[in-house]
Design a binder for this molecule. Structure first.
Ligand code: G
Ligand code: G
Ligand code: MN
Ligand code: NA
Length: 254
């Protein structure tokens, strides 16, 4: 209850910020993009993790204005970095199904791209796998329009939901992000080794790019490289960091 009450005015109090985590091309080592991750710092309780407040925001509908704030902030920030002269990267933004269900979601995205002047090819939307299985028809139509705009669509946390790749293939998706639970146990759990290798192989046959999440060790990195995973993200490269620290990172990578 305390969190829910604090959450109601948190946008007005300007308590949110975005952190960014680099996404690396595994062949070249070059940073291609970053995932934006929402952070909430309250006066009373300090940082409250997204796992705690996002489900609440999804239940009470606050995720819609909050998600819009995230999109606007990420696009504005990315445009600003490009105008500074940093090498262009894409930013991946997590989207909740509640946002996708809004009839004007496509218009909102279009408006944000127009207002910020960001080229749509630098915006990627991450949707979790379980969500896309539920109302695949409605979401399919929205995805087609987003794809026409030039926005990239990816399936997040892949392997933890219940949709098949066949089902996903009817959506204009260009990327799969393998959930970190598989990467974590690549060298401990024989099934996870097989599943990870199989997801990469299947994705390739379907012309989808594959991103592995949660890479923490050199061993995990090597396994993923040997299995021709395209991109990677994890503490081995960098934790999610705030905008000013990320800018230093971008500057160095010029
Ligand atoms: O760093 P991490 O604790 O940030 O993120 C925890 C979870 O919160 C992740 O599953 C992530 O998808 C979700 N999350 C982080 N930022 C956002 C956001 O901006 N919007 C939505 N809908 N989910 C987010
Ligand atoms: O949206 P998604 O669930 O994919 O969000 C990514 C989550 O994974 C965030 O909570 C982020 O902080 C976390 N994360 C990113 N890299 C690593 C990592 O290397 N190890 C672990 N355990 N978590 C990570
Ligand atoms: Mn994500
Ligand atoms: Na994930």
């Amino acid at each position: 209850f305390v969190i829910e009450n604090l959450l109601k005015d948190a946008l007005a109090r300007d308590e949110f910020s975005l952190y960014y985590q680099p996404i690396i091309n595994m062949k070249t080592g070059k940073m291609m993009g970053a995932e934006s991750l929402l952070r909430w710092k309250t006066e009373k309780l300090g940082f409250i993790p997204p796992d705690k407040f996002i489900p609440i925001a999804e239940r009470n509908g606050l995720i819609v204005p909050l998600g819009e704030w995230v999109l606007k902030t990420a696009c504005r920030q990315n445009k600003q970095w490009q105008e500074t002269g940093y090498m262009p990267i894409y930013l991946a933004v997590n989207i909740s199904v509640r946002q996708l269900e809004q009839k004007d979601f496509i218009n909102r995205i279009e408006n944000i791209l127009n207002e910020t002047g960001l080229d749509p090819k630098y915006l990627e939307l991450e949707i979790t796998e379980s969500i896309s299985a539920e109302n695949i028809h409605n979401i399919g139509n929205a995805f087609k329009k987003l794809n026409d705009l030039g926005v990239t669509l990816s399936i997040d946390d892949f392997g933890t939901g219940y949709s098949s790749l066949g089902q996903l293939k009817i959506l204009p998706i260009s990327k799969l992000k393998i959930d970190k639970i598989f990467v974590k146990d690549i060298h401990k759990e024989i099934n996870h080794t097989a599943i990870t290798a199989a997801i990469i192989a299947m994705a390739k046959r379907l012309n989808l790019e594959v991103v592995a999440e949660g890479i923490e060790t050199e061993d995990q990195l090597r396994f993923l490289q040997e299995n021709k995973c395209d991109m990677g993200q994890g503490y081995l490269f960098s934790k999610p960091i705030d905008a000013s620290r990320f800018a230093i990172f971008l500057q160095k990578k010029q």
